[in-house]
Design a protein around this ligand. Structure first.
Ligand SMILES: Nc1ncnc2c1ncn2[C@@H]1O[C@H](COP(=O)(O)OP(=O)(O)O)[C@@H](O)[C@H]1O
Ligand SMILES: Nc1ccn([C@@H]2O[C@H](COP(=O)(O)OP(=O)(O)O)[C@@H](O)[C@H]2O)c(=O)n1
Length: 644
């Protein structure tokens, strides 16, 4: 499984140009295809769901072109029903393509098969099919009753009168009917049965239909009348707004991570309901500012979001972002009226509950609500994303809690926002790491401690972890080639560091891990891949605000490859042996220069020769040879690099 590791972040600020709205992109494409005339579409979203729509339109005989490498498209409308009368369409997991195309094709007098990925075949479509059958459409389920895939056949369409459609499962059924019915040319009224959910999405549909020349008469949110004798006509050029749901992650990042974060592409003038996410954030105490085409969010003065209890029916997609924002609130939070989450890309209520628990939250899951109480401290976790782009994007925010997070299958964001993680990285600041690697007795420990003190950072002496494993192994009677046994020790090592002392299961072993036996053993256990991987997360967990200085052999190459400062600290073997000799004598320990030099050379050789994480200077590390330097100069060199 592919994954993406996000480091703990210090905060967020900056600007993001949003990708085009998925809802507007796919609706506009379909309307442009059905319209008379050519439509220039600017800033179309580049994503999987839009690709599915573009492919389907081409298969249905609609000509479109893309201005080279741009987000600008020209669609030549067919002025009514699709010219291709037999087609087999694969629509992935794109609900915004599947539902409206079903309706338009059902009224097009052809024979069409529509299918998608397995999850698409679990997402209900029965209410839409029932609505279309009322005007005579011939639609059959070729899998399970009520679900895709579908087989549409030519039928005698009897438009007019009243079509009833349920509005309480997905508003996309109503959207699909509204967009398709003008094809009949006969006045038809659509009546919504049950409370219509996600009303703002219907707002987008009506707005875009009006731009293409068809004005629907709306009575409340219950009755919609499509006039007779109307046709879609190209408005010439359509600009696709930025995606308001995608904006939610960045606005939340600003509200949680200090800010300000400004999103460009949506604002006061937006037709998308999800811009109201900004109001919800304001209720949580965030500072929000809005222009015609931008929104900006900053953290509350207190620094922490307020607990909330909100009905989120009007912003079902952006509401997911609030579930993760609840991890940063000052009390228990409740998200209400979100039943539609259960029939989206995945069962989002269940998925959200499972993953929020992984980071330590207390979660109460109801049929149409979630209760979320933040833990005192977020736990690092590997987040499963269920092939749901929003799960992946939401959980990136965990990293703002001074907590690393792994996002499994991060490419699922391709559905709506292929460059999400790049944009996220641009407006966030990772907790800095200074990685100092080098051979034995080069001065890593001394320099690292001094640099950490000067910067107020935490410090990691990674070598002591290998020494502890070796010591625990010796005491447990294990041989140094017992990889599984030593890895098990490493995985649960009861080590503690306090006041410059090292403890193993409560016992002070500061001197014991420096013994010749433990030192030699350390470089032997360190060559075992299973031991190294058992210590990987443990080392990464030292990274906390305001920063970390980490020293060892593979800090810059393996443990913190994204470290902002990487130093390879070294000195001649003779100089290092001499330093070690002095160190031991000062501590009142016995030492022999010759055997020290030999021991150190042996250890260096083992460290450099091993296959996993060998000791080496990588091109991205600065070489610092201290043979002729004192500690002061070495520390000064590192601090200069950090500050430059
Ligand atoms: N230029 C120098 N840089 C760092 N340490 C030095 C330098 N010159 C002498 N030393 C001494 O070398 C000894 C070994 O340093 P240490 O930090 O234990 O190395 P390491 O962690 O790389 O094994 C320490 O007593 C340190 O004071
Ligand atoms: N990041 C690290 C740190 C130490 N080690 C191993 O652990 C041993 C002891 O590390 P250390 O940093 O305490 O050693 P010295 O440099 O103090 O001699 C080294 O010889 C390496 O074999 C490692 O493999 N990777």
């Amino acid at each position: 499984m592919e994954f993406l590791d996000l480091p703990p972040l210090l905060g967020a600020s900056g600007r993001v140009r949003l990708p085009g709205s998925k809802s507007i992109s796919n609706r506009t494409l379909l309307l442009a295809a059905l319209a008379e005339g050519e439509t220039d579409i600017r800033d179309l979203l580049a994503s999987d769901d839009v690709e599915r729509m573009l492919e389907a339109l081409r298969a249905l005989g609609v000509e479109w072109t893309r201005e080279e490498d741009s987000a600008n498209y020209r669609v030549r409308g067919v002025g009514g029903a699709f010219p291709v009368k037999i087609a087999d369409l694969f629509l992935g997991n794109a609900g915004t393509a599947f539902r409206p195309l079903t309706a338009a094709l059902a009224l097009s007098g052809g024979e069409y098969r529509l299918s998608g990925v397995p999850r698409m075949h679990e997402r209900p479509i029965g209410d839409l099919v029932d609505g279309l059958r009322q005007v005579g459409a011939d639609i059959r389920y070729t899998g399970n009753e009520g679900f895709p895939p579908l087989h549409i056949r030519p039928a005698q369409i009897r438009p007019g009168g009243v079509v009833r459609v349920r509005g309480d499962v997905s508003s996309q059924f109503l959207t699909a009917l509204l967009m398709a019915l003008p094809l009949t040319g006969v006045e038809t009224t659509v009546e919504v049965v049950g409370e219509l959910i996600s009303k703002p999405y219907i707002g987008i549909t009506l707005d875009l239909m009006a731009r293409f020349g068809v004005t629907v008469r709306r009575e409340g949110w219950e009755r919609f009348t499509i006039p007779g004798g109307v046709r879609y006509r190209s408005p010439g050029t359509v600009f696709v707004e930025g995606d308001a749901s995608s904006a939610s992650y960045f606005l939340a990042a600003g509200a949680i991570g200090g800010g300000p974060v400004r999103v460009e592409g949506v604002g006061r003038d937006s037709i998308q309901g999800d811009v109201r996410f900004a109001e919800a954030l304001a209720q949580l105490g965030a500072h929000i500012e809005m222009g015609d085409n931008w929104i900006e969010a900053r953290a509350p003065a207190s620094g922490r979001l307020k607990a909330f209890d909100l009905d989120l029916n009007h912003i079902p997609d952006a509401a997911m972002t609030l579930a993760v924002a609840a991890l940063f609130a000052d009390g228990p939070c409740r998200l209400r009226n979100i039943a539609s989450w259960r029939v989206k890309e995945t069962d989002r209520i269940a998925a959200m509950a499972t993953e929020l628990r992984k980071v330590g939250a207390i979660v109460e899951e109801g049929p149409d609500y979630l209760g979320v109480t933040a833990p005192a401290r977020l736990l690092p976790a590997a987040i499963d994303t269920y092939d749901d782009h929003r799960m992946a994007m939401c959980f990136s925010l965990v990293s703002l809690g001074d907590c690393r997070v792994r996002i499994n299958d991060p490419k699922c964001v391709n559905k709506t926002f292929p460059t999400y993680f790049e944009r996220f990285a641009e407006v966030t600041k990772p907790v800095p790491v200074v990685a100092i690697d080098g051979p034995s007795a080069s001065g890593k420990g001394t320099v690292a401690a001094r640099v950490a003190e000067a910067l107020g950072y935490h410090c990691l002496d990674s070598g002591s972890l290998y020494r502890l494993v070796a010591l625990a192994g010796i005491r447990g009677g294990l041989s140094f080639d017992d990889e599984a046994g030593l890895a098990a020790i490493a995985a649960t090592l009861p080590a503690r560091f306090a006041d410059g002392r090292v403890f193993l299961a409560g016992e002070d072993v500061t001197d014991a891990i420096r013994s010749e036996e433990a030192s030699g053993g350390a470089s032997k256990v360190a060559a075992l891949p299973a031991v190294r991987s058992a210590l990987l997360d443990r080392q990464r967990d030292y990274r906390h605000a305001p920063g970390l200085v980490a020293e060892g052999r593979d800090m810059g190459s393996v443990i913190f490859p994204d470290a902002g400062t990487k130093i390879f600290l070294t000195a001649t073997a003779e100089a290092r042996a001499e330093r070690r000799y002095k160190q031991l004598i000062e501590k009142g320990m016995a030492a022999n220069m010759k055997s020290l030099l030999k021991d150190l050379q042996d250890r260096d050789a083992r460290d450099a020769a091993r296959t996993v994480a060998p000791l080496q200077k990588l091109p991205d590390a600065a070489l610092l040879d201290t043979t002729e330097m004192d500690v002061e100069q070495a520390v000064g060199f590192v601090l200069d690099r950090v500050r430059s």
